[in-house]
Ligand binder design. Structure first.
Ligand SMILES: [Mg+2]
Length: 271
């Protein structure tokens, strides 16, 4: 199916000069439908061959994801492409993964925090699972027998320790995320991935609040003249917040809509 007219219009300058354009892609909810267990998520059928073709034609094809490096690689299996993982705290360029420089001074503290809490009886009793993602830690309580009790344990035991350690804590969906207290996000990652390339246009497909950091950053790059054309496209779903939708330039219908847009980006002269 052809993308909506508003999307076609936004993509036209990108398609006209692909070598000078970047395709920046969120993964979950954008290239892969959301599923109840994140570990079960897979790329929408047909997306991978499109990405492989896009890689040949476009100046840059890169991913921005909240997943850990190992988790992202297991799911997408394109480790040769640039990516910002762990919400931008880890960047892969030229096949090498590096931690964002701002976060490096905190890595020892994150590691020590992980070791301190990995086998804490209070977590085990509450059914909380600690996922060590390297520069960040996720305390999951989705599968806790009593999620309200588990959240209480995190609020009363773990969060004060996070603050005492000089780290930052934030709540996600049934998860407490612990990370270095630095301003690193998908926006800073997008900027870093574009640095050193000669692309002048960027299109970003995303579905969630964390993607709006990238939209904001790309628009700032357009304002400053670092980019000429920017398209921020939402993969719409029933769960998307209104504020996120309002920040997009245009929208497509979920991951299938993104797949249609990728197809359109690969058409030459309408074929
Ligand atoms: Mg997403």
């Amino acid at each position: 199916m052809a993308p909506p007219p508003a999307v076609e219009t936004l993509l036209a300058p990108v398609r006209a000069a692909p070598h000078q354009a970047a395709l920046l892609l969120d993964v979950d909810g954008t290239l892969a439908p959301i599923v109840p267990r994140a570990a079960d998520a897979v790329l929408l059928p047909g997306v991978r061959p499109l990405l492989e073709r896009a890689e040949e034609r476009y100046g840059l094809v890169a991913f921005l994801t909240g997943r850990s490096v190992a988790d992202f690689d297991r799911m997408v299996e394109m480790p040769h492409l640039p990516a910002g993982m762990n919400h931008g705290l880890q960047l892969r360029r030229n096949g090498v993964v590096e931690v964002a420089p701002e976060a490096i001074p905190f890595l020892d503290t994150v590691r020590a925090f992980s070791e301190e809490w990995a086998n804490a009886p209070v977590l085990r009793t509450a059914g909380i699972w600690l996922e060590d993602k390297g520069p960040t830690l996720s305390f999951h309580y989705r599968s806790a027998p009593d999620p309200a009790y588990a959240r209480g344990v995190l609020e009363s035991h773990v969060l004060p320790a996070v603050i005492a350690a000089g780290l930052a804590g934030g709540w996600g969906r049934r998860v407490l995320e612990v990370r270095p207290p630095v301003r690193v996000n998908k926006g800073t990652a997008a900027r870093a991935l574009l640095a050193g390339t000669d692309v002048t246009a960027a299109v970003y497909f995303g579905d969630d609040r964390t993607d709006t950091d990238a939209w904001r950053e790309l628009r700032a790059m357009r304002e400053s003249g670092e980019l000429v054309h920017v398209a921020c496209i939402l993969a719409r779903s029933a769960e998307v917040d209104r504020e996120v939708a309002e920040m997009a330039d245009a929208e497509v219908d979920g991951a299938p809509g993104v797949r249609d847009a990728l197809k359109a980006l690969l058409e030459v002269d309408g074929h």
